[in-house]
Design a binder for this molecule. Structure first.
Ligand SMILES: C[S@@+](CC[C@H](N)C(=O)[O-])C[C@H]1O[C@@H](n2cnc3c(N)ncnc32)[C@H](O)[C@@H]1O
Length: 206
């Protein structure tokens, strides 16, 4: 069974179809099964604020905005170090440019969140282990109890795709959880068999 799941995962990933996937016409670098999980999480958690690192073309931020429209609340801040042209415009969506680890960006994130806000975080920027580990440590404090810290692309470095990548998001999550006991891997998010974020849906439990 696991062999079949992993082979499908590799087939899907290696086809690069995820680089030709769009939300409302905007490229979105996510697997549709993960988008369904995001929809379920957003409906359950009903966040006031979503923070995303890694905007790229804005497809995932626009997807989050669409989900928030459906529940009629919330706003998004998305961060990217690069200038991204032709980003979608949406009233719930704010863009900031800079490194997700920079002090001034962290301050902007802090200012975006009001006391009492329910906060969801999605990390999808630089996928090197150290960068993701730093993001996990910096952004975990923004996540509210019962909500999620989602670490994208834990499937790379041979989990089961892109074995040549080197230590990445999966290894960062493993190290993060050794010292942070406020989060737990939500195993229920493996229910669709294939996810680009295995062990990456971290629920804040305290
Ligand atoms: C995988 S793409 C994001 C995909 C997007 N979230 C989606 O699902 O469509 C990664 C993005 O992270 C950005 N990035 C790389 N290093 C970064 C950093 N240190 N801080 C913020 N963004 C960074 C890149 O410029 C790139 O646009």
């Amino acid at each position: 069974m696991n062999f079949i799941i992993d082979e499908f995962h590799k087939l899907y990933y290696n086809s690069s179809v995820w680089q030709n996937t769009k939300w409302l016409g905007v490229p979105i670098l996510k697997m549709p099964l993960d988008l369904m999980l995001y929809q379920e999480i957003i409906f359950e958690v009903k966040p006031d604020v979503i923070i995303e690192s890694g905007t790229f073309n804005g497809g995932s931020a626009l997807f989050f905005a669409s989900m928030l429209d459906l529940i009629n609340k919330g706003k998004i801040m998305t961060i990217d170090i690069a200038n991204q042209p032709n980003l979608p415009i949406h009233p719930r969506l704010s863009y900031i440019k800079g490194s997700s680890l920079a002090d001034d960006i962290i301050q902007e994130v802090e200012g975006f969140i009001k006391p009492g806000d329910v906060v969801l975080v999605c990390l999808d920027s630089d996928h090197s282990k150290q960068h993701v580990l730093n993001e996990l440590r910096l952004y975990s404090r923004f996540v509210t109890k019962g909500s999620y810290l989602i670490c994208e692309d834990t499937n790379i470095n041979g989990h089961p795709v892109l074995p040549s990548h080197g230590a990445g998001p999966m290894e960062a999550v493993q190290e993060f959880l050794q010292t942070n006991h406020d989060f737990t891997i939500d195993d229920s998010k493996h229910k669709f068999f294939v996810s680009f974020n295995p062990n990456g849906y971290l629920r804040k439990i305290k």
